[in-house]
Design a protein around this ligand. Structure first.
Ligand code: OAD
Length: 233
């Protein structure tokens, strides 16, 4: 079987593109109108005030639309190309919904928490890609008249089954597992590191700050993703 390399990324990889993280030292930037993500990214918040939740997502979509993939995203796309050229299997598992890995050229991307650019109708279930910034009207409506929500995973919701199955399988077969820019506190995503470790993968953690995942690392790279990944490449 081909040697398998897996990568798990979190908000930290997009920090150098100017996208606010959720936690960490720069978490002041994560607050929007004094709301924390935990107050907005829930089904209850959406039920209570869909417009407020959509205004936050519309703001985030605007941040991402103005941003560019950074050297860290590009290094992972290059890593994937090199693995393909040498017959290795490479899978990038991300908790990010910003799409910057795709824009950097990554191909095998498993999106555990959904996609900011896809809208799902709460009435008919249809999903559509919509890259307008800003969205108008807010909240957006489907052709069937139903209310649309962002196709992302909110607190209290399950991860998409196919993506989770794929991420678990890849983690269980990886020889090398790179963990980049995640605080490692949101489960089940963070649990992939333990799956990989128990299956015998070597774990490398890249983060400028300490995280609970450090204890599982064979290699710890304390630094910004762009610098560390450029060196590793
Ligand atoms: P967090 O915001 O929790 O953590 C970001 C991590 O990135 C922190 O550990 C920072 O130290 C690190 N970091 C900051 N700048 C970095 C850089 N230049 N290079 C590398 N690392 C850097 O983000 P996640 O772990 O992704 O879920 O958060 C997990 C989930 O919590 C998110 O997917 C989201 C959130 O609630 C949902 O929305 C379901």
């Amino acid at each position: 079987m081909a040697e398998c390399v897996a990568v798990l990324t979190g908000a930290g990889i997009s920090a150098e593109s100017g996208i606010p993280t959720f936690r960490g030292q720069s978490d002041a930037g994560a607050l929007w109108r004094n709301y924390s993500p935990e107050q907005l990214a829930t089904p209850e918040a959406f039920e209570r005030d869909p417009r407020l939740v959509w205004e936050w997502y519309d703001w985030r979509r605007g941040c991402v639309a103005r941003a560019e993939p950074n050297a860290g995203h590009r290094a992972l796309a290059e890593f994937e190309r090199r693995c393909a050229a040498t017959g290795r299997r490479f899978t990038l598992i991300t908790q990010n919904v910003d799409g910057l890995h795709d824009r950097a050229g990554s191909r095998q991307v498993v999106k555990l928490h959904g996609d900011l650019w896809i809208l799902r109708c709460l009435s008919c279930g249809r999903e559509e890609r919509d890259e307008r910034v800003p969205l108008d009207p807010l909240p957006p409506r489907c052709d069937c008249g139903g209310l649309q929500r962002p196709a992302v995973v909110w607190f209290g919701e399950s991860l998409p089954a196919r993506e989770w199955a794929c991420a678990s399988e890849v983690s269980a077969t990886a020889r090398m597992f790179l963990v980049i820019g995640t605080s490692g506190v949101v489960y089940p995503a963070a649990g992939l590191v333990e799956i990989a470790r128990q299956s015998g993968a070597r774990i490398a953690v890249v983060n400028p700050e300490p995280t609970p995942l450090d204890a599982r690392a064979d290699w710890l790279f304390r630094g910004a993703a762009s610098e560390v990944l450029a060196r590793l490449l």
